[in-house]
Design a protein around this ligand. Structure first.
Ligand SMILES: Nc1ncnc2c1ncn2[C@@H]1O[C@H](COP(=O)(O)OP(=O)(O)OP(=O)(O)O)[C@@H](O)[C@H]1O
Ligand SMILES: [Mg+2]
Length: 376
């Protein structure tokens, strides 16, 4: 008989992980698995417990509950240097008096790796982060992005199973951040190390991650691939935090119809909803079509604002019932001036019925890219 392939044990398992600081539940029962070789991100607004979770995985913070397994071994109470992980912090924390080569070699020296071997590995690591030739520079002679790449080389040179990165690009300007996002992804694929990446920037998480755990108030709100989170957000929080969306409220009527609080009627694909149920709908701006006034099933609206965004045009429209919507259209279509009478329509399958969050706010558009830093 052929042996069944044994599924690889996950690289990291968090089992009901908890951290309390007196009355604050910084991490409140997090359970998840990170697969070997995965680029896994913890994403969420400031204070949701990302850093605390990462520090517990690294052994820098002791959990007040739950367990941490690394490659199937319970390491909940092991010190950082006993764990096969390395951490890269937001602030580079390079030794200012050591040159780049010595900064990268630091961990190897402490482990007693022979000089020639250390030099070879330092060279490899610097090549990986595209800083070969910078060995003799001091940190103050490097740009922020270069310093962060040295920090990365210093972590990679130890060949950990897992690299923990806490907003490593947070201190850099947007252009450099975008460039280093691609670099980080390339390096991760090249070395095949598992990355656990902390960020509050949804765009950054979507760009780089294989899977993302969206956190709020110490809990995992939803875990999935970037596509799953964007296409099928499970809650209003996720719909709101990932990308931009229109949130609508209404009540279910017969035949899949929903009467919106603005008085207009729309349809949803879900037919299991009882008549009279109050629902919240999420409709992405790009899922809304601008159609001629009078089109069957469409809702009449007026263009209040139009913003040219390069490849797309973003319209703010308001329906006769007073519902404000954001509509994103390709710029190849007809340009509509402010004040135009239009109608809006969307496929019922694009009106996602959300699990109701605790705070049912007013209708309207909300979204990550309009906010300062994605933290609602
Ligand atoms: N040493 C500490 N003592 C008391 N409270 C703490 C401590 N460290 C963190 N907290 C609290 O725990 C919660 C989670 O903090 P954490 O640093 O994990 O958040 P975060 O998601 O990393 O936020 P940010 O995006 O701002 O870095 C916050 O309410 C924070 O104030
Ligand atoms: Mg943090």
């Amino acid at each position: 008989m052929m042996a069944q392939p044994v599924p690889a044990s996950p690289e990291i398992q968090l089992l009901d992980l908890e951290k309390r600081f007196r009355e604050i539940r910084a991490v409140d029962g997090v359970s998840l698995e990170v697969v070997s070789g995965e680029f896994f991100s913890l994403l969420g607004p400031s204070g949701c417990g990302k850093t605390t979770t990462l520090r517990m995985i690294g052994g820098f913070e002791a959990p007040t509950g739950g367990r941490i397994l690394l490659r199937g071994r319970d390491m909940t109470s092991d010190p950082p240097d006993k764990r096969p992980v390395n951490m890269v912090f937001q602030h580079y924390a390079l030794f200012p008096h050591l040159d780049v080569g010595d900064n990268v070699a630091f961990g190897l020296r402490r482990k007693g790796v022979a000089k020639a071997e250390a030099a070879r590995r330092v060279g490899e690591a610097l090549e990986l982060v595209r800083l070969d030739g910078y060995e003799r520079r001091r940190p103050h002679q490097l740009s922020g992005g270069q310093q962060q790449r040295v920090a990365l080389a210093r972590a990679l040179v130890n060949r950990p199973n897992v690299l923990l990165l806490d907003e490593p690009l947070g201190a850099l300007d947007l252009k450099l951040r975008r460039q280093l996002q691609l670099e980080l992804k390339r390096i991760q694929v090249e070395v095949g190390i598992t990355f656990v990446y902390v960020t509050h920037d949804q765009e950054e998480a979507l760009t780089m991650s294989d899977r993302i755990a969206v956190m709020q108030a110490g809990k995992v709100e939803q875990l999935g691939t970037p596509e799953e989170l964007y296409e099928r957000p499970a809650t209003r929080f996720v719909a709101d935090f990932i990308g931009t969306t229109n949130l609508l409220h209404g009540q279910v009527e017969a035949g899949g119809a929903v009467r919106l609080t603005s008085g207009e009627v729309t349809h949803v694909a879900q037919d299991a909803l009882a008549i009279g149920t109050a629902v919240e709908l999420s409709i992405r701006p790009e899922a809304i079509e601008l159609v001629p006034v009078g089109a069957v099933g469409a809702i009449r609206a007026n263009v209040e604002q139009a913003a040219y965004l390069g490849t797309t045009i973003s319209y703010q429209v308001r329906t006769a019932g007073g519902l404000g919507l954001t509509v994103l259209t390709p710029k190849t279509g007809v340009r509509l001036p402010v004040g135009s009478e239009v109608a809006v329509a969307w496929a019922p399958s694009e009106a996602l019925v959300l699990g109701r969050g605790p705070d049912a706010a007013a209708d309207g558009v909300r979204g990550g890219w309009q906010q300062e830093d994605g933290a609602a």
